[in-house]
Design a protein around this ligand. Sequence first.
Ligand SMILES: Cc1cc2nc3c(=O)[nH]c(=O)nc-3n(C[C@H](O)[C@H](O)[C@H](O)COP(=O)(O)O)c2cc1C
Length: 340
Amino acid sequence: MKIKDLHLDAPLLLAPMAGLTHSALRTLLLQFGGVGLLSTEMLAARKLPVENEHLSPFLVRTEQERPLSYQLLVKAVDEVDPALEALHRLHADAVDINLGCPAPKVRRSGGGSSLMDAPELVREIIAEARRATALPLTAKIRLGESFSEEKLQSFCRMLEGEGIDLLTVHARLRKEAFCRKPHWEWVAKVKEWISIPVIANGSVLSVADAKKCLHISNADGLMIGRGAAYTPWLFADIAREVYGLDIPKVKICLPAVYADFVAALVQRFVPERRLGRMKEFTHYFATNYFFGHILACEVQGADSVEQAWQKACAFFQRNDEQGVREAEQRLAEVTALLAG
Ligand SMILES: Cc1cc2nc3c(=O)[nH]c(=O)nc-3n(C[C@H](O)[C@H](O)[C@H](O)COP(=O)(O)O)c2cc1C
């Protein structure tokens, strides 16, 4: 798949997720393969030009994390140019505009999904962004406030007309929570209305979901969010089983995967930025275990990364003897890393 001049090995995109889509998760995904385009979490366009790329947990990255799309949370046209200048300096491979975030705080500030109610402002923002960058420019939307083919069609066509290169549709209305079934059939409608690539997003958590979503939506590819943290090997499985890509199947050892994530957190993030991210990831990853809620609760209650790690190791000892045996050396390395 190509977005402008950017070649993607697989039409599988990592979703931007606040607190989750950072360097440690991205490198974990790369171990397994199958991700066509990595992403940052949403970055406030206003603050981006003054963020320190070596310290900011939003910007820290390694050379191997490519191609990497940066998602911007924009609420005014004058934020666009300085933010894009910063992204050029950071060697972004693509830029995504957040038009779908339903979080009340984001909406109150005039960004995210509130912009879908302000199509003229969005038109100006996209036009300015298109003028200011030659990078692949993408946008991510939800279906809107309520089902309206007319509104959604005119919004999508406006985005295409202003020069967006790819559109991701999270197939839910603004107020719909994750427990609601996604409306993948609405992605099929969007696909008929515009001719740029359309990516389907929402509750693709398994290979079977991926097949079903593609069948219903006729999308050009998939964006995966929570699945990346539940099962970081999901992209590889989909790339292999749905797209027939030749990606070696690696044996999954859960404690080793968790150890690699924690090691990356410790190596790349300043101490005060580690624990929250460890808790957030564990909330999802723990579901791989039958008694995973215990792991999630224990890590959640920890006061430090060191304590969280000890609790996780104790959990693995009790629930995954085989995994601990296989990952013994890796677990010891991370324990040593944390001991300084
Ligand atoms: C913890 C979390 C944080 C998120 N942060 C963002 C964000 O920064 N920008 C964005 O466009 N969407 C954000 N989303 C929405 C996801 O990108 C995605 O659209 C949604 O999770 C549905 O995909 P999934 O079912 O594959 O998780 C977030 C979702 C979660 C769960």
